[in-house]
Write a protein that binds this ligand. Sequence first.
Ligand code: SF4
Length: 345
Amino acid sequence: MYLRNNTRSFKVKNLDFGGNDKVYIQSMTNTKTSDIINTIKQINELEKAGCEIIRVAIFDKADALAIKEIKKHINIPLVTDIHFDPELAILSILNGADKIRLNPGNITNKEKIEKIVELCKERNVPIRIGVNSGSLPRDLEKTKEGIVEAAKRHINILEKLNFKNICLSLKASDIDLAYESYKLASEIFPYPLHIGITESGTSFSGLIKSSIGISKILNLGIGNTIRVSLTDDPILEIKAAKEILKDLGIRKDIPNLISCPTCGRIQYNMIPIAKEIENYLSTINKNITVAVMGCAVNGPGEAKDADLGIAGGKGEAILFKKGKIIRKVSEKDIINELKKEIDLL
Ligand code: SF4
């Protein structure tokens, strides 16, 4: 089995991709790519939230041409997603794509594939082959063997052209099918894997399904990047990806929020405070734990164990830092005081 630190490796722009223990967080914009202003705005918001690789759909020529301008205003690697049309792939590479997502088996013109591969070699642009259980070739069954065979056909085309900077995804909306397919692929192919559960649903059900599916796959020790697909704002995909990687212990640079569910003992308006602090922490890359607790029952214990914490009382809270009480804070000042202390950690 090729584990994540044992796959082939290559650069995706400035990132060392594959062959290490890093699992990158990625998402996809949902703006029209040729709407340059809004696409740049969304990418920059996603980057601020923790997105490390961004993919954009290339639907027409205007989208492919827009890449040049978009690239000038963003920092993270940009992946262009192309289906069927080799001209759009060529155009997006010429305009600065850092990586492309393309299934070469869907392109019938052999010369065009050769041209794409030649350009990718020249410009160090890797290719992600993305197999989806919903669009398998007709002669293949929707099984792990069918999905892996579909991947193999695409891979063979690139390998024959001596191209090996390949990333692979084998997505299915069924968790077990996705899990089995990724597992089988990791036993056969030495390429880094892009992990995701496709068409997983809205931010509530999709989040649960993605968390279960992606975690099962990552726990095999495979997977070099993840995308949580949600029918919602892509910012939520990034937040979810960070939580998954943090909770699995794969990423240590993501803050941890502990907060109680609240109960009848609560004497201050805690829920908005916990949410605000969670939002604030999502913009920070520090290995810290912050506890927002409702009362004196479990509050002081959790708050003491955290790097920073509050245990609420009536209209006020006790602030703890590294296990010690530092001061009492009135309810209206809790958010600002916590943010100030987080900045100092
Ligand atoms: S910490 Fe206090 S308020 Fe929060 S759930 Fe526990 S007992 Fe209830």
